[in-house]
Design a protein around this ligand. Structure first.
Ligand code: SF4
Length: 322
C-alpha cells in the first residue's frame, strides 16, 4: 500500500513547569492513501498530541524528535510557513467542538468561502462551490443555510460545516479529533457514515482520533492503540479488535459488547490510566495488566512485529488470547 503519512519515532517533550514531561515516547505509525487509520486510547494516551504534532499545533515550547513525513517533507523540520500551507489544504482538520472552532460572528458561507479564496478560487466561483460543499456534507437546503451563523445550527449540522471546511482545501488527508463525541448517538452514526462515504468516494485518507472503540470498529481500516504516550499495538482494525495482541487492547475490546463478539475472557479494565508525566517504569501498563511478570516492571517492551502486519509492545504478545 501507498503510505501518505509516516510518523517515525516521534517524541514530544513539554517544557518544564506544570505538566512537563515526555508526553510522546517513540510513537510510530502510518496512514495509507485512501484508508482510515484510527488512533485510540484513554485521555492522556497521547492520541490527540500525535495528531496535533502532524499539523504543527503542539503547545508552545514543546520539543520534538523523530520524523513526520508528508509526501517528501519532514513536517517536524519544515518551516512554519510550509506547515500552514499543509494544514487546511493538503491536510484538513476537524475538531471535537465545532462551536469553539467556528467563528461565531461570521456566516457559515463566509467561513467555508474564506478557505476557498485562500486556496486561490476565483471570487465568482466561491458561492457556487460553497453550496456544492454544503450539499456534499449532507446539509439540506444549502441555499437557506449558507447565510446563517453557527449558533443557528444544530450540533450535527455544525459538525457538517466543519467537514465542509476541511473538504474545501481538497485535502488528501483529513484528521478528525473526536469528531462525534459532542453529538447524540443518532447524529454520531450519521456523521461517521458521512466520513466513511467521503473516504470511499473522494479517495481521501483519514486519521481518526477517538477514545470510543465502537466508533473505530465502524470506520477504521487500521488501528493504532496508544497507552501513556506510546503505541501499545497496531495493525488492521478487524484483526486488532478481534484478536488483540496486547492485554490493554483486549481489555478495551472486552468492555465493548458490540466488538467482543466471541470473547471468552471478560475482565474489566482495572485502575486509572497511566499518567504520561509520571509513567510507571518498564511497561507503563504493568500496574493494570493481569498478565504482568517481573520483567514487565523493569523492561520497556519495544513495538515488534508479532505476525505479518501486526505490531505489539508487549513482552508476552504471543500469549495474549482473545
Ligand atoms: Fe502486560 Fe507485561 Fe505485556 Fe506490559 S509487557 S502488557 S505488563 S504482559
Amino acid at each position: 500500500t501507498d503510505q501518505l503519512l509516516q510518523v517515525e519515532d516521534l517524541d514530544v517533550v513539554l517544557p518544564s513547569g506544570a505538566g512537563a514531561g515526555t508526553v510522546l515516547d517513540g510513537v510510530s505509525f502510518a496512514v495509507d492513501a485512501g484508508r482510515t487509520t484510527g488512533l485510540i486510547g484513554e485521555s492522556g494516551s497521547g492520541k490527540t498530541m500525535s495528531a496535533m504534532a502532524i499539523v504543527g499545533l503542539l503547545p508552545p515550547g514543546a520539543e520534538t524528535a523523530g520524523r513526520i513525513t508528508w509526501r517528501s517533507d519532514d513536517l517536524l523540520a519544515a518551516a512554519a510557513r510550509r506547515i500552514r500551507q499543509v494544514r487546511g489544504r493538503e491536510i484538513g482538520v476537524i475538531f471535537q467542538d465545532p462551536l469553539a472552532a467556528l467563528n461565531p460572528i461570521q456566516t457559515v458561507g463566509r467561513q467555508v468561502g474564506e478557505i476557498l479564496r485562500r486556496a486561490g478560487r476565483p471570487r465568482q466561483q466561491v458561492r457556487t462551490r460553497v453550496l456544492e460543499l454544503l450539499d456534499r456534507v449532507g446539509i439540506p437546503n444549502p441555499e437557506q443555510r449558507i447565510d446563517v451563523y453557527p449558533h443557528e445550527l444544530s450540533g450535527g449540522m455544525r459538525q457538517r460545516v466543519m467537514i465542509a471546511m476541511a473538504l474545501a482545501g481538497e485535502p488528501q488527508l483529513i484528521i478528525a479529533d473526536e469528531p462525534t463525541t459532542a453529538l447524540d448517538v443518532t447524529t454520531q452514526a450519521r456523521i461517521l457514515r458521512l466520513l466513511a462515504d467521503l473516504r470511499d468516494q473522494e479517495g481521501m485518507a483519514m486519521l481518526l482520533v477517538s477514545h470510543d472503540l465502537r466508533v473505530m470498529a465502524h470506520v477504521a481500516d487500521d488501528i493504532v492503540v496508544m497507552y501513556a504516550g506510546r503505541v501499545a499495538e497496531r495493525g488492521p482494525a478487524r484483526e486488532v479488535l478481534e484478536h488483540p495482541r496486547h492485554p490493554y487492547t483486549r481489555a478495551l475490546a472486552n468492555n465493548v459488547p458490540a466488538v467482543s463478539t466471541k470473547s471468552a475472557i471478560a475482565e474489566p479494565l482495572q485502575g486509572a490510566p497511566a499518567n504520561p508525566f509520571d509513567r510507571p517504569g518498564g511497561c507503563a501498563f504493568h500496574p493494570r495488566c493481569p498478565l504482568a511478570v517481573d520483567r514487565c516492571r523493569t523492561d520497556v517492551p519495544v513495538l515488534r512485529e508479532v505476525e505479518t502486519g501486526r505490531f505489539s509492545a508487549c513482552h508476552l504478545a504471543e500469549k495474549v488470547e482473545s
